[in-house]
Design a protein around this ligand. Structure first.
Ligand code: MN
Length: 491
């Protein structure tokens, strides 16, 4: 039976000790969300509150700060109940209000099916920029993870849309944030919905091979460790790691594998983590002494790192029972960077050499605390600290919505005229008025981030000369000139 969703069980999952103040704030958010969602139910028949609870729980497990956990409980109350952002600012604080507002706004971005990679990449960037604070993105990821885990209760067409969006936007985003493990989990959750036939085929092809090979690796592990110890070395850790299904499928599509699963030697790989680079090379020697390497399969990414900075030695060897096994050898530092991505990288490049083991002890999601450390170093705390969490690339761009939730990206200072032309030339040419956030405004009103802009058109309306001063973008101006018949001739 599933654990009861109460506060006691919630706090049991905390990876660190919480102060009384933190507990009080989180408890308050728990009660507030429970009351706000009241009798609302999800399609699964579960109380809506369970979703809020699971989202907050994930944030707690990842090691996020208490405001983010509070916002996790509250993330849907503005969208789905009568509660307003102002209520949250009053009841909690302005940061919690800000985080929930950010999550609510991000929820309005609509991903409309498969798009070109360049557009998808744009959407990811927009997502990050609109979030303004990296914690908003992390709340969305926790929210999306639970939604994916409960996707089977939704109608078919919705399943496909949400899974595709997750695969194209959320999984790559988690990867960018260094959450490689989350990316694998999200992709595997999406796989059966987005590519059902291919998923079924792969599952039947792999059968219980994963289990068998993992069991085999566990069997040979003690022998490998004892051989390493003969050299006077003690590995930091040795563990078996199975490949995620979706990433296996992607790999099978590469021409060199041509769909042949027998050519994939890393269904499960053994990872040997050592303390120094010298030890890694010694271990490589040990492995090649006890097991014959497969020719042409030794990759020294320590000497020559991958373009993304990835470092490890990979070798594929013939072991006992005629099995072929991939073994990856890396240092603790390389391991952390591979698992925790850019966050671990910051930690190392900022501090130089870490005290041994410190980073690893923080666990799988160490990047969250590292992110905080890193940002904590830049700013002192309080408001300044929060400020440093804000994302300020695309500083001079704003993102506004069409009434259908499409995102339009404009330079700061852009007006409804620019907006109209960037949606469509005809809308620009026939534009006669504008509603911003459902209120009538004049066409020279500067647009702000997150405005919902609705252009009112009239068939007979034509551009006027003063629009050239109102429009801020070169694109809109040149279209106005064409419509006015004063376009500069090219020849
Ligand atoms: Mn939600």
């Amino acid at each position: 039976m599933e654990e009861e969703l109460n506060l006691e069980n919630f706090f049991k999952n905390s990876p660190r000790d919480l102060t009384d103040e933190e507990r009080a704030g989180i408890s308050k958010a728990f009660e507030f969300a429970k009351k706000a969602h009241g009798n609302q139910k999800r399609l699964s028949g579960e109380p809506y509150f369970n979703h809020a609870y699971k989202t907050a729980l994930q944030l707690l497990i990842w090691g996020l700060d208490f405001e983010t956990i509070e916002a996790g409980f509250l993330h849907d109350v503005v969208e789905d109940t009568i509660t307003t952002t102002e209520d949250l600012e009053k009841e909690f604080n302005k940061h919690v209000g800000f985080l929930v507002e950010g999550v609510t706004k991000l929820g309005k971005i609509k991903y409309r099916g498969r798009e070109q990679e360049s557009q998808t990449e744009n959407l990811r960037k927009m997502f990050i920029a609109m979030a303004q604070d990296i914690r908003v993105v992390i709340i969305k990821l926790a929210d999306r993870l639970h939604n994916m885990q409960t996707l089977n209760f939704l109608p078919k067409e919705k399943q496909k849309r949400i899974a595709t969006e997750t695969l194209e936007i959320y999984a790559p985003l988690s990867y960018r944030l260094g959450m490689g493990e989350l990316r694998g989990i999200l992709e595997d959750l999406c796989f059966p919905y987005v590519y059902p036939d291919q998923y079924r085929k792969l599952v039947s092809e792999t059968g219980d091979q994963f289990k068998i090979i993992k069991g085999y690796l566990e069997k040979i592990k003690p022998y490998l460790i004892s051989e390493i110890k003969k050299e006077g070395l003690t590995p930091f850790s040795v563990h078996a790691r199975t490949k995620h299904l979706y990433s296996l499928w992607r790999k099978l599509q590469r021409p060199e594998y041509d769909g042949n699963i027998k050519k994939i030697y890393d269904l499960a790989a053994m990872r040997v983590v050592m303390n120094t680079v010298e030890e890694c090379y010694t271990v490589l020697g040990v492995i090649h002494r006890i097991w014959k390497p497969l020719p042409g399969r030794i990759k020294d990414y320590i000497a020559i790192p991958k373009p993304n900075g990835y470092q490890s030695i990979h070798t594929t060897v013939f072991t006992t029972e005629g099995r072929i096994v991939e073994i990856q050898i890396r240092t603790v530092k390389m391991h952390e960077e591979a698992e925790n991505g850019i966050a671990a990288h910051w930690a190392y490049s900022e501090q130089g050499k870490p005290e041994s083991g410190v980073i690893v002890k923080q666990g799988k999601y160490a990047w969250v605390s590292q992110l905080k450390d890193w940002q904590g170093k830049i700013a002192g705390g309080g408001d300044e600290f929060i400020q440093s969490l804000k994302i300020d690339f695309f500083k001079d761009r704003i993102f506004v919505f069409t009434p259908k939730g499409e995102v339009i990206n404009l330079p700061e200072g852009a007006t409804p005229i620019d907006f109209a032309y960037s949606v469509h030339t005809d809308i620009g040419n026939h534009c006669t008025g504008v509603k911003i956030n459902e209120k009538m405004k004049s066409l020279d009103t500067p647009l702000k981030n997150w405005d919902v802009v609705e252009i009112i058109t009239m068939k007979n309306r034509k551009p006027s000369k003063d629009w050239l001063d109102i429009a801020k973008t070169a694109g809109a101006r040149s279209k106005i000139r064409v419509a006015l018949g004063i376009a500069k001739k090219e020849h």
